[in-house]
Design a protein around this ligand. Structure first.
Ligand SMILES: CC(C)(COP(=O)(O)OP(=O)(O)OC[C@H]1O[C@@H](n2cnc3c(N)ncnc32)[C@H](O)[C@@H]1OP(=O)(O)O)[C@@H](O)C(=O)NCCC(=O)NCCS
Length: 188
């Protein structure tokens, strides 16, 4: 049983390759592609965060993601399709709860790439990295209960619903429910 995060993963950015995808470090030059993702209503519908209004905003997000790796507080990958080398989305452990050897996962794909199994492919490798290399004990996802695509994806790999919080999140003048899904190392 893992009792401590493996900090060696922060020595060098851990690129990941899957059958159809490469997962790499975010770069500032990817700001326009991230803007396309985070300014699209179909993507942000259940993220319950404001759409990015400018490419600069996406650049700031990238800067804080790069800093989180330097500070050893998160690992986030940009996802490229191998065949086109286009940035199609991102995935990562954006919130590391070090004392509990736990991390919160987040992900998004450009809608043109939904329904191809690409996020399933990326998520499996990121989960395996999380348990085998990062030494996580548990991985959690916080989802809007209406985000059926995301829930289906988490359940596919055995994430269990552990909580349904009623109206715990105030966004845009509305109190929204949240669901917490979790995968323990021993579940995989
Ligand atoms: C959540 C999100 C990443 C899921 O994307 P997705 O493409 O549905 O997820 P998957 O990669 O698991 O693909 C599954 C779909 O691909 C299909 N598929 C095709 N080939 C496949 C393959 N080889 N393997 C697996 N699935 C395949 C499946 O049938 C399924 O389609 P369906 O939903 O029409 O039945 C996407 O909806 C998204 O970016 N949402 C916006 C951001 C967001 O909400 N993030 C989560 C916040 S908690």
């Amino acid at each position: 049983m893992n009792l401590k995060i493996n900090d060696n993963v922060f020595d060098q950015f851990p690129n990941i390759e899957t059958k159809n995808l490469v997962l790499e470090s975010f770069m500032i030059k990817d700001a326009e592609e991230i803007f396309k993702i985070r300014s699209d209503d179909r993507v942000t519908k259940y993220l319950d965060r404001d759409n990015h209004k400018t490419v600069e905003e996406s650049g700031s997000m990238i800067q804080s993601i790069i800093k989180s790796f330097e500070d050893k507080t998160g690992i986030n990958w940009i996802i490229r399709e191998k065949i086109s080398f286009e940035v199609i989305g991102y995935i990562g452990y954006w919130n590391l709860i070090r004392e509990n050897v736990r991390a919160e996962i987040g992900y998004a794909l450009k809608p043109e790439y939904w329904g191809k199994g690409y996020m399933s492919e990326a998520l499996l490798k990121v989960i395996e990295f999380g348990f085998n290399d990062f030494n996580l004990h548990s991985i959690m996802g916080n989802v809007n209960p209406q985000n059926k695509r995301s829930i289906k994806l988490l359940e596919k790999y055995g994430f269990k619903k552990e909580a349904h919080f009623r109206e715990d999140y105030l966004y845009n003048g509305k109190y929204l429910d949240s669901e917490i899904y979790c995968l323990l190392e021993k579940d995989l």
